[in-house]
Design a protein around this ligand. Structure first.
Ligand code: NAP
Length: 234
C-alpha cells in the first residue's frame, strides 16, 4: 500500500464522502492528519465516516448537502471562508451513473441529473471555492474521472459525456492556475468495488476488482504539498 503523505493542518473537502471511494479518501486523509470536510446527502454514511475518523484520532466536519442545491454550494463556500479562511485540498468525487441504456432512450430527468451532479455542481464548486484554494500555500484539487471520458462505451451515454465535460473543466482550471501554488489533476480510479460499480456491472464478481480503500490509498498522495516526492500514481 502507498504511504500516506503528511496532511497535518490541511483542510480537505471531499464530495461524495458518505460511501465508496469518497468515504475512503476522506478517512485516509483524516488519518494522514487533515481536517476533513465531508459532503454528501446521506447523513448515516457521513456519521459512519465521522465515527471512523474519531476512532483514529482525526477530525471531520460533516456537511449534509445535495450538490444539486447550487445556492447551498455558495453558502458552503462562504461558511468555509468564515471558519477556515482557506481550503488546502478539494476532492471532486461525488458522481452518479444514470442508467445504462441506448442514448436516445435515456429519460430526460436522468440525463439532467447526471449533468447536474457530475458537471454543473463541480463547476459551481470551482466557482465558489477557487478563492479559498488560492488562499492556500499549496491548494490541491483532485477530480475523480473515468476511462469513459475518453473511450466510447456503448449505452454509457450521459455518464460518459458528463465525465468528458468534467475533465475538460478540470484541464481548463489546471491551465488557468498553472502559475499559482494550486495544482489541479484528474484521476481515473479504475474498476472499484462500490455501489456505483455494482449498479453498472451487476454480473461482475466484486472480489475481482480493487477495494475503495486500496484505490483511495493511491489517490490520497495527490493531495501532498510535495507532489514531486510522491511520484505519479496512475
Ligand atoms: P458511489 O459508491 O455510488 O458513491 C457516490 C458518492 O457520491 C456517494 O457518497 C453519494 O452520496 C455522492 N453523491 C451522489 N449524488 C450526490 C448529490 N446529489 N449530492 C451530494 N453527493 C452525491 O460511487 P463510487 O464508485 O464511490 O464513485 C465515486 C467517483 O468515482 C464517481 O465520480 C465515479 O464516477 C468515479 N468512478 C468510479 C468507478 C468505480 O468503478 N466505482 C470507476 C471510475 C470512476 P449520497 O448518495 O449520500 O449523496
Amino acid at each position: 500500500m502507498t504511504q500516506l503523505p503528511d496532511l497535518s493542518d490541511r483542510y480537505a473537502l471531499v464530495t461524495g464522502a458518505s460511501r465508496g471511494i469518497g468515504f475512503q479518501i476522506a478517512l485516509q486523509m483524516a488519518q494522514a492528519g487533515a481536517h476533513v470536510i465531508a459532503v454528501a446527502r446521506t447523513v448515516g454514511g457521513l456519521e459512519d465516516l465521522d465515527d471512523k475518523v474519531r476512532a483514529s484520532g482525526g477530525e471531520a466536519t460533516l456537511v449534509p448537502l445535495d450538490l444539486k442545491d447550487y445556492d447551498g454550494i455558495d453558502r458552503l463556500g462562504a461558511a468555509l471562508n468564515e471558519r477556515f479562511g482557506r481550503l488546502d485540498i478539494l476532492v471532486l468525487n461525488a458522481g452518479i451513473l444514470g442508467t445504462i441504456t441506448p442514448i436516445h432512450q435515456e429519460k430526460p430527468k436522468t440525463f439532467e441529473d447526471v449533468m447536474a451532479v457530475n458537471v454543473t455542481a463541480n463547476w459551481r464548486i470551482m466557482r465558489s471555492f477557487d478563492p479559498l484554494l488560492r488562499a492556500s500555500d499549496a491548494g490541491r484539487v483532485i477530480g475523480i474521472s473515468s476511462s469513459v471520458a475518453h473511450k466510447v462505451k456503448p449505452f454509457w451515454g450521459p455518464y460518459s459525456a458528463s465525465k468528458a465535460a468534467f475533465e475538460s473543466l478540470m484541464r481548463m482550471w489546471a491551465a488557468e492556475t498553472a502559475k499559482t501554488a494550486m495544482r489541479v489533476n484528474s484521476v481515473n480510479p479504475g474498476p472499484t468495488r462500490t455501489h456505483m460499480r455494482a449498479q453498472a456491472m451487476p454480473g461482475e464478481d466484486p472480489a475481482s476488482i480493487s477495494t475503495a480503500a486500496d484505490v483511495a490509498a493511491k489517490i490520497v498522495p495527490m493531495a501532498s504539498k510535495n507532489l514531486e516526492e510522491t511520484g505519479a500514481i496512475f
